[in-house]
Design a protein around this ligand. Structure first.
Ligand code: GUN
Length: 263
């Protein structure tokens, strides 16, 4: 099943679930950075909310917002009843410390699952795991290579794969080419999130029955490009665009519904 078909099916299930809820779930999206990528992500998230019959409100603050001002808003959202949960779209402008913001969001409202005490997983790794399980990708005892070590994707992705008993290796921009090639040659699952268009290409050898999950999305002169070139000849390779981005958006609403459970 393609990612698009899978997302459509899951959305229908979520819509059905929401229609049985006593109160329509609601979330707020706080945006401080006005960059094109954030605008595109948010547009997608708002479109999903409409489709799923979930209330979503965009709270757009000026780029000059101070950390103090953002913390005041977060405090209000943490303690108010207007929204079941909220996210603060990353990245944030330089005057704001992202880690301080992640820690300020109450785990009870943190749909991103960024807080260390959150019981939820960050949306991109969670969306990927759900898709791999749906596709019955074997994980137990398999060699998983995560390329990229960001706090939003690489690190939590490695943790989720480890929880499923994969042998996990995290590689990154400082890994030597020969080492990269050796790990990739033996990998059953590769999650690439290094932010370099076409990084995974024919320089490397891949197991024919391996799975490549491409998290990268870069704007180039030839359009949007993933971290892998097309058609690497493996069993499953997720497309860009129309791949992991859709899984991330889906996981956002799965997390929201988990937060509203028992309310
Ligand atoms: N920016 C890119 N991905 C994400 C995400 O999953 N959550 C938030 N809050 N910001 C992001």
């Amino acid at each position: 099943m393609t990612i698009k078909e899978y997302v459509l099916k899951r959305k229908q299930e979520i819509k059905q679930y929401v229609s049985c809820m006593q109160k329509k779930p609601s979330l707020a999206i706080v945006q401080v950075n006005d960059d094109p990528a954030s605008n595109a992500y948010i547009k997608g998230k708002l479109k999903d909310a409409e489709e799923l019959n979930i209330n979503a409100k965009l709270i757009k603050l000026p780029q000059s917002t101070t950390q103090e001002e953002l913390l005041t808003l977060i405090n209000k959202l943490n303690n108010g009843d207007n929204y079941d949960g909220f996210i603060v779209q990353m990245p944030l402008p330089n005057q704001i410390n992202e880690e301080a913001i992640k820690l300020a969001i109450s785990p009870k409202k943190d749909i991103d699952g960024f807080h260390p005490l959150s019981t939820l997983s960050p949306c991109t790794p969670k969306g990927i795991m759900n898709y791999l399980k749906y596709e019955n990708v074997e994980l137990l005892g398999k060699n998983a290579v995560v390329i990229g070590r960001s706090n939003i994707v690489g690190k939590p992705m490695a943790k989720l794969l480890l929880n499923e008993s994969c042998n996990v290796t995290i590689l990154h921009s400082k890994t030597k080419f020969e080492d990269m090639a050796n790990y990739i040659k033996n990998a059953d699952i590769i999650v690439v999130a290094i932010g370099r268009p076409g990084f995974l290409d024919k320089r490397f050898n891949y197991k024919p029955d391996s799975v490549i999950v491409d998290v990268g999305i870069s704007r180039t002169d030839e359009g949007l490009k993933g971290d892998a070139i097309k058609d690497l000849g493996v069993k499953i390779q997720t497309p860009v665009p129309g791949g992991v981005g859709l899984l991330t958006r889906l996981a956002l609403y799965e997390n929201l519904l988990e937060l509203t459970k028992g309310k």
